[in-house]
Every structure is written in structure tokens, then in C-alpha cells.
Design a binder for this molecule. Structure first.
Ligand SMILES: Cc1ncc(COP(=O)(O)O)c(C=O)c1O
Length: 429
């Protein structure tokens, strides 16, 4: 069954973020999954894989969670989807009420999309358009070096990971990068940003950052102090602060949102990934009252935000998000995660003693380190991926950056297994 499925897959499917020839040549094993349960994925040969990266950082409470499943099934019986212009529904209303209560103060407006990149593009368009509605044309966004905000052209344009961006550079709108605090520290990074803002002040609509962890940029981490200085600079120059919490939101850094650690509120915030517990595609762009008010006028004034996607605020996805928020409350997840975070810290410091390991770092439920002494051509990430799979563990290093971002449903024994297998994989290199 497995081999037949793979052959049928390779006959037609083009997988994301992949060189398809790797699958055909067998460099990268393509695995057909039959089911998921808790932190495990199971293939057709009944081999189980411990999901060490939460299925691309989305899964929180495990696969096929009985409560989330039940809620989605119930919703399915009443309304699967409807256009969200001119119509509304309870799952979206409840989600908007809850998320605005949980989010940093002042983010009282919720715009729905279907994926993180779209949420980022909405934030950029809203910022640009809000300035425009107040009579200013400010076409530039500042982001950080090494940042990642998605793959669609607008989101790619404000990102800075060459691997994804370089090829498409001629297609992209112009953006400016300031130095990242993850590499130069808070003070120098704020100085770099301040210089960029001074040089381009009247042209800049927003600064966009991934608070605390630049995830796709090799899990580069920085201090909350930077966010405090960033908020002050944005206020001083009258530009919006966009916090892209798509990867770090929903408890990944230890607090529900990473911005909380700096006690700041952005003007716009993007959320996705963990939002639905890893179940269904949904994203949100939260906006301040001031931004909302810049659009609120008679239709004839031409100030409306005429952006939409077909599956905006899908009721099943909103229900998955509400069920996920229920679990946060019922299971006191943030508190419960503290023990896992401490265990990760222990295991990481142990791993850091290995002669091939450098720059071990952690923010909450994200732990990472560098594997030294190898060239990119060695593709050690592939070697580790393959080794771990054979041991029943799913790890997916970013080039030479090994990281752990498990679902919160992981047990202490499973977390130990994750680190044990990673260590063995490094030793086998
Ligand atoms: C910080 C950040 N922003 C945006 C995105 C894009 O989200 P999506 O893949 O849902 O388009 C990602 C995805 O990894 C991300 O990590």
C-alpha cells in the first residue's frame, strides 16, 4: 500500500519547499501517513514517528485530539462554510471576542484570512492604507535582517532569508532591513533601526518583526528589551509596529504571545499556525482601534479595505480555534508547560556539551543549537532527518540548526526520547 501510494503521489504531486528529484532519487524518503494520534504520526507499515516539530510548528495538543475532533464534527453538522462579506456566524464572533481579550491591549479588531502569509500581507496593506487614508503615501516597510514572514510576494518582500527570497528579488516590492538584535544585540539593533527610520521616515508605514524568535531564520533568538525600544521608536517616528506572532504565538515562547514578555502592544499583530491547534488553515490580523478608524467612513469616500479570500473565517477552522482556546483554559497549558520548558533546558544544556554543538539557546518551548564542522553541501539536516526517522522520531533541522518545537501534549519520557535520538543522530554523522 505504502509504495503504491508513493508512486501515485510522485506521478502528480508537487510538494512544498522540496526539490522533487530528492524524493524520486530516494535522498529524501517520502512517507505516506495513515493516521495521527497524540504526538505520533503513523505510516502504512504501522511505524510511528514522534512529531518533534509540531508538523511545521502548528500542532499544540496532539493529532486527532478527541475534543477538537468532536467540536469540528458538531460544527460540520450546522454550517461548513459561507461567504464572510455580508454574513457572519457564531464561531467567528466567539473567536474574535476571545482573541481580543487575550491579545495585547488595544488590538480590538480582527480580520480573518487563511494562512500566515496572507495575514502578513493584510497587515502591510492595512498599515499602508491607513496612512493613505490620512493623506500620507508611505510605501516602505522596514523588517529585520534574517526575518521570515511567508512566501507570497508581499510577505517574501519583507522577509530576508536568501534561500527563499533571492530568486524572486526582481518581482518584489522594495523593503528595508535593519540589523537583527539576534546577531548584534539590543543596543546596536535599535541604533540601526533608528538610523533607517531617520533616513526614510516620511516613506515608512510600518516596522514588522517576529517577536523574540526569528524561527525560519535558523531559530535566532533575542531579548524582550529590543521590543520595548522598538515600540518607542515606532511611536517617535509615527510608524506602525507589526508583530508577526504566526510562529511564536500561542505559548511557544512560554507566554501566550511573545509581546507579553516586553509588555508592549503592537498596532497590528498576525496569528496563524497554533491558532487552530494545528488542525485547519486560518489566520488573523489584529488591528488597533486607531487603524480601524482610519478606514471607517462613508463608502463614497473610498477608504474601505476591499481585501478578501474565498475561505475567510471558515466556520470549521474558527471552531477548531475556539476548541484550542478551550484546551488552553481547561488544561492550564501555559502553567503545565513550565515543567516541559525546564526539562528542555536540562536536556539542551547536556547536548550543548557535545563537541559538535554550539550556540545552544531556548525561548520557552523552542530549543535550538548549531551543529558545527560541516559544509552546506554535506546536507547534514537530511542525514539527521533520515537517522531520526529510522528511530521513530521526526526532526527537521534547518540547514545546520537543530531545533526542537514539540507539541505541548508531549510527555517527559517522549521529550527525553526526542533529545536522545537527536544526540545519537549527531554522533552518527
Ligand atoms: C513568522 C512567520 N510569519 C509568516 C509565516 C507564513 O505563514 P504561512 O506558511 O501560513 O503562509 C510563517 C511560516 O512559517 C512564519 O514563521
Amino acid at each position: 500500500m505504502h509504495d503504491e501510494l508513493i508512486a501515485r503521489d510522485l506521478a502528480h504531486i508537487w510538494h512544498p519547499c522540496s526539490q522533487m528529484k530528492d524524493y524520486v532519487d530516494g535522498h529524501l524518503p517520502l512517507i505516506a501517513l495513515k493516521r495521527g494520534e497524540g504526538v505520533y504520526l503513523e505510516d502504512f507499515q504501522k511505524r510511528r514517528y514522534l512529531d518533534g516539530i509540531s508538523s511545521w510548528w502548528v500542532n499544540l495538543f496532539g493529532h486527532a485530539h478527541p475534543y477538537i475532533n468532536r467540536r469540528i464534527k458538531e460544527q460540520l453538522e450546522s454550517l461548513e462554510h459561507v461567504i464572510f462579506a455580508g454574513f457572519t456566524h457564531e464561531p467567528a464572533i466567539v473567536l474574535a471576542e476571545r482573541i481580543t481579550k487575550l491579545a495585547p491591549k488595544g488590538l480590538n479588531r480582527v480580520f480573518f484570512t487563511e494562512n500566515g502569509s496572507s495575514a502578513v500581507e493584510v497587515a502591510i496593506k492595512m498599515s499602508f492604507h491607513a496612512h493613505l487614508n490620512r493623506g500620507q503615501t508611505r510605501p516602505l516597510v522596514i523588517s529585520l535582517e534574517n526575518s521570515y514572514h511567508g512566501e507570497t510576494l508581499g510577505a517574501l518582500a519583507v522577509g530576508d532569508v536568501a534561500l527563499y527570497k533571492k530568486t524572486y528579488e526582481p518581482l518584489l516590492i522594495k523593503s528595508i532591513q535593519a540589523q537583527s538584535p539576534a546577531f548584534v544585540g539590543t543596543e546596536r539593533a535599535l541604533k540601526s533601526l533608528s538610523q533607517q527610520l531617520e533616513a526614510h521616515a516620511s516613506q515608512v508605514c510600518a516596522v514588522i518583526v517576529e517577536p523574540l524568535v526569528q524561527c525560519a531564520g535558523s531559530m535566532a533568538m533575542y531579548d524582550a528589551d529590543y521590543l520595548i525600544g522598538l515600540r518607542q521608536l515606532c511611536d517617535r517616528f509615527g510608524v506602525h509596529l507589526i508583530a508577526d506572532e504566526i510562529a511564536v504565538g500561542f505559548g511557544r515562547t512560554g507566554t501566550l504571545f511573545a509581546c507579553e514578555q516586553a509588555a508592549i502592544a503592537p498596532d497590528l499583530m498576525t496569528l496563524s499556525k497554533g491558532l487552530t491547534g494545528g488542525y485547519l488553515p486560518l489566520a488573523l490580523t489584529l488591528a488597533s482601534d486607531a487603524i480601524y478608524e482610519a478606514f471607517y467612513s462613508d463608502y463614497s469616500e473610498g477608504k474601505s479595505f476591499l481585501h478578501s479570500h474565498s475561505y475567510t473565517a471558515n466556520p470549521l477552522a474558527c471552531t477548531a480555534a475556539n476548541a484550542t482556546l478551550d484546551l488552553f483554559e481547561q488544561e492550564q497549558t501555559l502553567k503545565a508547560n513550565r515543567a516541559l520548558i525546564a526539562q528542555m533546558a536540562d536536556r539542551l544544556s547536556e547536548l550543548a556539551k557535545h563537541p559538535l554543538i554550539a550556540n545552544a539557546r531556548q525561548r520557552g518551548m523552542i530549543a535550538a543549537c548549531e551543529i558545527e564542522g560541516f559544509e552546506p553541501a554535506d546536507r547534514i539536516n537530511l542525514q539527521i532527518y533520515r537517522y531520526a526517522l529510522k528511530e521513530g522520531v521526526f526532526l527537521r533541522p534547518l540547514a545546520n540548526t537543530l531545533y526542537f518545537m514539540p507539541p505541548y501534549a508531549i510527555t517527559p519520557a517522549e521529550l527525553d526520547r526526542l533529545f536522545d535520538v537527536a544526540r545519537a543522530a549527531i554522533e552518527a554523522l
